[in-house]
Design a protein around this ligand. Structure first.
Ligand code: CS2
Length: 506
């Protein structure tokens, strides 16, 4: 994840064995689980773009399980698009790292071995393209965060004016964006007569497979109509719902994990016990037996994806903005305040009627489990981390539910308060008047709007609702304007802690 910074310890691989590595695995304490397979026999079959903590706590763990079951042709080559941090941390330790699963019951340590190599795309783009174009690569997966798709969040279309897209169209063989890399590699495969890889988006986008497919095809069409046609006809973009809470790794985590291992791990990942992965089963180039590792293979992931975005991610964002404003550093700390916990419950209940689920899905039980996961105090999941990139998250997390509730003639007050929380957050000042480090591709534009409007709900709410790339038509809906203005007024007059109390269970 972009905000993480690896502090590489001065000791390298030749430090007398105090760094996690292949040759040190048998020196780990007995309670640490290690790869149950011979890593030297594993070959790469997957290229993953965006090898941050999330991928390493989710997909790489599933692959680690499958390698132990003998699927040795499905190792992972991970690439960071720009930052060398992950590569610099993992390369000296043979790409091994610790997965630390934290709960009230303590921490379980497991060494993951499924990542075989790490690359930095910006350093040697041609090497990464060649790797992706190689027939051995049958899946290219992505966790590049919402903003990594260079699209307009409201419409899901390619943003042709995005600076990375402009540069990638001018230099198709030296791309910068994930989209540019996908198309460069697919173009090479088409030219060489090699069947395409399957593109597997693992980001929290609505219809992530369909969306990345559309963006890739739109980009390709700007290069060549023939290439776009080939991609449309030949490339599979299955959608997936991925779920595991993975806070960013801190230096305290690094020190604690290295202490538990008795050797240094420069970049362990911290996570919760829960993990879910639901994948549409469209892999013409082949796939490992995902189901053997507990992955649910389905023909249509849409209902599950909506359930997760509108219940988990939406309430995560609501708690992040409102909790941050109220002075809470983490989600678990926010949840210790019964007012926020009750608000989150009501918020989820409000999203539920907009979901159409397969028979047997228990949304009440799902929501209850989310409240429990959010309360996991062993995870230090910062409200600030989740608050990042709101302009890219609001449409699929909050606005889609608001739209559906308006269509159903239902009140939208809880969701309007979440939107208002985001609005107050992006002004860059918290309730105590302290500066907020707002990270968002639109931060400057949003800040400018907030400056011009001033901290006056009647002016600020309508001004921000006019940002079309986020709100689209719903920004002009008088019911939306009224509800968000009222919610923002509450935030300015009562503060977040009191504002979340103004809802009675319906
Ligand atoms: C979070 C997600 O940072 C965020 O925006 O809401 O990363 C969330 O933790 C994951 O989607 C959980 O699966």
């Amino acid at each position: 994840m972009s905000s993480e910074t690896a502090k590489i310890p001065p000791s390298g691989p030749k430090d007398g064995g105090s760094r996690l590595s292949n040759s040190n695995l048998d020196r780990l304490p007995g309670h640490v689980r290690r790869p149950a397979y011979d890593r030297s026999r594993v070959t790469p079959g997957i290229v993953h773009l965006g090898i941050g903590a999330f991928h390493r706590a989710h997909q790489a763990v599933v692959i680690d399980d499958l390698l132990a079951g003998g699927a040795t042709e499905w190792g992972i080559v991970g690439a960071s698009l720009r930052s060398p941090g992950t590569r610099d941390a993992l390369a000296p330790q043979d790409c091994l790292y610790t997965l630390a699963v934290r709960s009230g019951a303590g921490t379980e340590h497991r060494i993951i071995g499924s990542v075989l190599a790490t690359e930095v795309a910006s350093e040697k783009p041609e090497q990464l393209i060649a790797r992706m174009a190689s027939p051995a690569t049958r899946i290219v997966s992505l966790t590049v965060t919402e903003k990594g798709y260079c699209h307009t969040p409201q419409t899901g279309d390619l943003d042709e004016h995005h600076p990375d897209i402009v540069q990638d169209l001018q230099n198709p063989d030296m791309p910068r964006s994930a989209i540019g890399f996908l198309v460069a590699a697919l173009a090479q495969r088409q030219k060489a007569g090699v069947a395409p890889f399957t593109v597997l988006s693992c980001d929290n986008l609505s219809a992530n497979g369909h969306t990345v497919g559309r963006i890739v095809t739109q980009f390709a069409a700007l290069r060549s109509a023939d290439l776009a046609k080939w991609i449309e006809a030949e490339v599979a973009f299955p959608s997936t719902m991925v779920d595991r809470i993975v806070p960013e790794t801190t230096d305290i985590d690094r020190a604690e994990i290295s202490g538990a291992l008795g050797m240094t791990d420069a970049w362990p990942v911290m996570t919760e016990p829960f993990m879910q992965w639901i994948v549409e089963d469209r892999f013409p180039a082949g796939r490992p037996d995902f189901a053997a590792a507990g992955v649910q293979m389905v023909s249509d992931v849409t209902p599950f994806e909506h359930m997760k975005l509108r219940l988990l991610n939406a309430s995560h964002s609501a708690l992040a903005y409102l909790g941050y404003l109220a002075g809470h550093e983490t989600i678990a700390s926010t949840m210790t305040d019964h007012r926020f916990a009750a608000f989150a419950r009501q918020f989820m209940q409000d999203a539920a009627p907009t979901l159409t689920m397969p028979e047997g899905t228990d949304l009440a039980a799902y929501s209850a489990s989310l409240l429990q996961r959010f309360s996991n105090a062993a995870l230090h999941h910062r409200t600030w981390q989740i608050a990042m990139d709101g302009s890219q998250k609001l449409p699929q997390r909050l606005l889609a539910t608001i739209q559906d509730r308006l269509r159903l003639g239902l009140p939208i007050d809880t969701h309007a308060l979440a939107v208002a929380g985001w609005m107050r957050y992006v002004t860059g000042k918290d309730e105590q008047g302290r500066a907020i480090d707002v990270r968002d591709p639109l931060a400057k534009e949003l800040f400018g709007i907030a400056e011009r409007a001033g901290p006056i709900a009647d002016r600020l709410a309508p001004a921000l609702l006019e940002v079309h790339s986020i709100f689209g038509a719903i920004g002009n809906d008088p019911r939306m304007r009224a509800a968000v203005t009222e919610a923002l007024t509450k935030l300015y007059t009562l503060g977040a802690r009191q504002a979340v109390q103004t809802f009675r269970p319906r």
